[in-house]
Design a protein. Sequence first.
Length: 131
Amino acid sequence: MRHYENLVIVKPTLTEEEIKNSIAAIEAVITDNGGEIVARDEMGMRKMAYPIEKNPRGYFHVVYYTIEPSAIAEIERRFRINEELLRFVTIKYDSKREVKAWNDLVEKTKKPAKTETPSSEEAGTEAPAAS
């Protein structure tokens, strides 16, 4: 089993539900071909460096997975015929150094995002009213 990463850019013209269905279909292609999804990074809607098919924005999604190398050709073939995808890229992590980097990326995506919560002192007080 080798370590891979796929970045896919989904068309921004789809509704939120259609984007979720498209991402689910992308992940199903990977699991149907014997892959094990380890982590996901939903980057969300972003502006692209240049328009693709007249779309200045796209929904970015990264999938980290392990799979046999022979299945990659079928996965990429299925991505190419998926009309909801603007672009995709498959990155293979081969050497020990690259696999360590892959593991670091997976750990980074699994950690919850930092959210600032007010302390208990701040939560109970209100700002004084201006007179």
